[in-house]
Write a protein that binds this ligand. Structure first.
Ligand code: PLP
Length: 509
């Protein structure tokens, strides 16, 4: 560290060197200064504290003598760390600690309760299994990291001064122009003014919720669905109404009934590459949902996960492509097709809606990183995204086929699954009497992990379901994973009911 603040009390009958030593040793004990950290040069620290250099030198010598630091001639003094020992009850603070829980906002309480529920679906280590079908994310082994590094370097060199300054919230114009052209591939017609760049689709959900929801409002939600979107609506105080999926998509008859009875403010769905099922909307169902939304003037929030990740014959047309009435708010992301760590996505909606979302975005974070937007735009313009997308789509398609074939071969009677046509995952349903979360510890013990299906169901159901994500598992590992899972299920089916004691954690994405 270059320098440190050390509070000194010159009125205290304790030598300044002792005060400095005491303070630094406490920082070491509590883990703020870890093993090997170089302490400030005596001259620097003495100057910033307004003490004699010899005073600091004495403090350091005492620390060395006490075994808290080591001195290397000509290099400086370095911390000898202890394992961080957080403050214990034996070291009470001067005042009682604040009751933070009691101070939490309603939103924070809703979020905490949900995270808690998800955590209770397990505790354990799903990362160290032989085959993990948990976590719906791209395979980082397929990332085009080097190609991206090159465009990033270049853009930094060419436009760094502008891109590292504060930037207009709407987003980097060339990226919005690119997206306007790109979306035409899927039939979505939007001008750059109808596109807002956001920090991943997650921010899109948040901006929509901030803009349209008040506590107590109803939101109709496809079921099963993507839990992180629903969590945003719940945190905004919305009451959720489930519209169950069939093979063709969310049931229009149910949506119609809910629209009449509850007048929800929004309807949320993923027509393509659906997480967790991998299914797509049948065109006729899409048209009916759209007509219902338009008639009731209820916006449809559509997550347009990139149809490039489609393994069936043809992806469903995005609802936004059929949206003559402008009722659809389309949210897209680079997370699945490129890198989730960029946190880069976009919202397409009519200009007045974009204006309001823009206001909300400025409130939240002023703008999305212009540097990353520019790098991605260059990456796309040079057709590197297209090349990457076709490569990963082929790879994920193989993994999907390997999984489906293996399930067919190995799963016992009574287990069913969705035949994913796109996306990263499919949803398995276990025979009656089994609980997927209860099965997870046994599965992990056998070397395979999955995501229990409960969080994907807004009505509290789904305990017999589990999501298998195939995107990050190399094809040659898939059959082994399914074998382990099938054995776990067969063993559980022999018992009347699986134990719900131990739980094992997997991330919900
Ligand atoms: C339906 C859906 N939307 C969005 C995302 C990704 O969100 P983001 O763009 O915030 O990374 C996921 C990731 O799993 C998803 O399944």
């Amino acid at each position: 560290v270059a320098t440190l603040h050390v509070p000194l009390d010159r009125g205290k009958p304790v030598a300044l060197a002792k005060q400095i030593q005491g303070h630094l040793e406490r920082l070491i004990r509590e883990g703020h200064l870890g093993d090997g950290v170089k302490l400030p040069a005596t001259r620097e620290l003495a100057k910033s504290l307004g003490v004699n250099r010899a005073t600091v030198a004495l403090a350091y010598e005492e620390m060395v003598a006490a075994g808290h630091a080591r001195a290397h001639v000509g290099q400086g003094t370095f911390v000898i760390g202890t394992a961080a020992a957080p403050r214990t009850a034996a070291e009470p603070r001067a005042r009682a600690p604040i009751n933070w829980t009691g101070l939490l906002s309603r939103t924070a309480r809703v979020v905490a309760a949900e995270e808690d529920r998800w955590r209770r679906l397990g505790s354990g280590d799903a990362d160290r299994v032989a085959v993990s079908f948990a976590g719906g994310m791209p395979d980082s082994d397929l990332f085009p990291t080097e190609a991206f590094r090159q465009v990033l370097n270049r853009v930094l060199r060419e436009e760094g001064d502008v891109l590292l300054q504060y930037y207009p919230a709407r987003g980097y114009p060339p990226l919005r122009q690119y997206l306007a052209r790109y979306l035409l591939r899927f039939g979505v017609e939007a001008s750059p003014d109808e596109i807002l760049i956001v920090n991943g689709s997650q921010q899109g959900f948040d901006l929509v919720a901030r803009t349209f929801l008040d506590p107590g409002d109803f939101v109709a939600v496809e079921q099963p669905t993507y839990p992180r979107a629903v969590q945003v609506f719940r945190a905004a105080g919305a009451q959720l109404l489930a519209v169950p999926w069939t093979r063709e998509g969310p049931r229009p008859d149910v949506l119609e009934r809910l629209l009449e009875r509850h007048r929800p403010k929004l309807f949320y769905c993923q027509p393509n590459c659906h997480n967790p099922t991998g299914l797509s909307l049948a065109p006729e169902t899409g048209r009916r949902l759209l007509a219902l939304g338009a008639r009731a003037e209820v916006p449809i929030v559509e997550v347009g996960v990139d149809p490039s990740l489609y393994y069936g014959r043809r992806p469903a047309t995005p609802l936004k492509a059929l949206d003559g009435d402008g009722v659809v708010i389309y949210i897209g992301t680079f997370s699945k097709i490129l890198f989730p760590g960029l946190r880069l996505g976009w919202v397409v909606a009519s200009a007045p809606v974009i204006e309001r979302l823009l206001g909300a975005k400025q409130l939240v974070d002023l703008h999305t990183s212009a540097l990353l937007q520019a790098a991605v735009q260059r990456f796309c313009e040079r057709r590197l995204l297209d090349r990457h997308a076709s490569r990963v789509a082929a790879e994920y398609g193989q993994r999907r086929t390997a999984l489906v074939e293996s399930l067919r071969r190995r799963m016992p009677e009574g287990v069913t699954w969705t035949e994913a046509e796109g996306g990263f995952s499919l949803l398995v349903t276990l025979p009656a009497g089994l609980d997927a979360a209860a099965l997870l510890p046994a599965a992990i013990a056998r070397g395979v992990a999955f995501t229990p299906g409960r969080p994907f169901f807004v009505d509290g159901g789904g305990e017999r379901t589990l999501r298998l994500s195939f995107s990050a598992v190399p094809a040659r590992r898939i059959d082994d994973g399914v074998r382990r899972l099938a054995e776990t299920i067969k063993t559980a089916m022999k018992r009347p009911r699986a134990s719900s004691g131990d739980r094992a954690a997997v991330p919900v994405v």
